[in-house]
Write a protein that binds this ligand. Sequence first.
Ligand SMILES: Nc1ncnc2c1ncn2[C@@H]1O[C@H](COP(=O)(O)OP(=O)(O)OP(=O)(O)O)[C@@H](O)[C@H]1O
Length: 691
Amino acid sequence: MSAAEIEEQARLKDCQERIGDNLHEIGVRLDAYARDIQANKNHMWEARRDMDHIDKVALRQSIEQTMRSAEVLKAQRHKLLKLRNSPYFGRFDFARGQDGKSEAQPIYVGVHDFTDEASGETLVYDWRAPVCSMFYDYEIGPARYEAPAGEVEGRLELKRQFRIRGGRMEFMLESGVNIVDDVLQQELSRSSDEAMKNIVATIQRDQNAIIRNAEADTLIIQGVAGSGKTSIALHRIAFLLYRFKDTLNSKDILIISPNRVFADYIGNVLPELGEEQVSEIGMETLADELLQGQYRFQTFFDQTSLLLEGRDEALRERIAAKGSLGFLKQIDSYVDYLEANSFKAVEWRPGVGRIVPDWHFQETWQKYRGLPISERIAEVVRTTEHKVFLHYKHELESRQLKALREAVRGMVQRKSLRAAYKGLFEWLGQPELFKPAGGRLEYSDVFPLIYLKMRLEGVDNSRQEVKHLLIDEMQDYTPVQYAVLGTLFPCRKTVLGDATQSVNPYGGSNAEQIQRVLRASAPMKLTKSYRSSWEIMQFALGISPNEELVPIERHGESPRVVRCARQSEAVERIIAEIEDFQASSHRRLAVIAKTQKYAEKLHRLLAEKGVETRLLDAGSGGFSTRIIICTSHLAKGLEFDRVIVPDADAHTYQTDMDRNMLYVACTRAMHRLTVVVNGEPSAFLPASAMS
Ligand SMILES: Nc1ncnc2c1ncn2[C@@H]1O[C@H](COP(=O)(O)OP(=O)(O)OP(=O)(O)O)[C@@H](O)[C@H]1O
């Protein structure tokens, strides 16, 4: 063991002993609280007849106060128990001052901070503390960080990394030049987990800049597949909760997530980082809330399935027309048109010699623009009643009020929301763009309808309290959806995605469009891809080239393209691959098909051969099985040790949207990718892999 290792082992032991002492102290205090609570309860029971109401309330409050204090201590104990297993993962020694001549102070970085109660000494710093940004940003040499009181300059004298698990130091690395590379390589070589993990020990410099950006009102992260966008966005939430702890808590944050499988997958990261889980909601649920359950509509999953399973040109055109930035402007112009024609004011006479002029009605109507019609009418009636009283000193009788209400209603020219929405397409001269089927709206109509409702009537928004909104898979939402989200959530936002993984290519948004609608600053880019091995990423780049993407240099097996002449042969090859997986140390395998129909068929065919797999569909809410079958759409955002693409033939993968799906499927694989082709291979498969 080197001198440095001996020193660090001793430091670890000391730290753990002090954590142990603090845990003991907490235990003693918790016992005292428990005795206190029990004694007060006993007293309350025994003296219940002699106590008056005020005494009882005071005693109850005292018990509640003690219980709250005990809860705080329990949370601290939970934190310390975690820390005892793994107190920190890094150390750097920082000498303040430009000359770097002051004595360097060691800073140990962990998931939580730990200050020893007895000595008051901070033995571990929370990774989110301002000083710890240097751990991610610098190697040995000049360094600086932004402290609350201003910038601090100095020098990093030493930097070490540790892996401490179950209280034992598994390794220690002296990092000289290479920023956390060895540890990162090890992390990325691991087997996939059921849930997304925290990456605090190996956050990279460009990622750190995004996580710690506290200034941006709306931050757009545009990152290639596997670049850590989702991880980084969640770490950013943890950072903001720490940085703004007095004004922001977990209940103030909302995640718009693409589906429940994904929500379940990411659900662990914040609790791992010591924060409470935050709420999430899907776009369909939000739409249903905003439309108060009054409309039936197709889901996004249905829309994607229709696009992938059929070749309905008219459907694509309808989606494309409603997915453009121009459409948002068209709705705005239509609202102006409706407004201009929504009210035909006429004068009204509340008795002989009294006149309320038409312009009063016109002005008042304009003033209450944006309210639901019934409220707007009520406001005009109320204002008119007041005006009559002021002008003529005349209080309207209930008979007159009724007549006034009728008169105002008669002036309103407005149609129902449904009729107004249908009228939009007639006004545009394109009635064919509105095509509800069986009383169900198409998905592409849902948010334009909501936007129209917002503009004409306003919507009930029970989510005004949200202080930070996180939107993942940003490329799949239309400009109209962003306009709705922007109005509903006038708070800070983190928006992230990747254009090459769109499942809504006819109606999605790129970063520039989102930037315009949400008035955000330029997107921050992540171009390094961490998930897949270098070989898998080269294969994926052959499907969808991207000059910006830099694959991590982690090598593994080359992806295999298995060519078959018949369906039965393809099934046999898939079974062989599944058996190979079962005999391996890998934990999770996904068979990722293009369409739900084919995923279902394959699931059946495998079951007939006695191979158990779990089929995911739009209603799935997570999974813990080792082998799953799903579509690319559902696999988005997830990762697996091994992926089998079972249907990579020319007939299945033809369009640009198909290309995106194939790219998404392949980039889910961390270590091994097998592509099965039955018949003619898809032209998207890289030529080099076909030889
Ligand atoms: N700095 C890092 N240290 C360790 N692992 C990392 C780092 N950055 C990313 N990863 C890993 O890379 C994988 C991909 O991360 P994540 O899912 O957040 O990426 P993404 O950009 O959202 O991917 P996609 O868009 O393809 O779904 C995860 O396993 C994540 O833990």
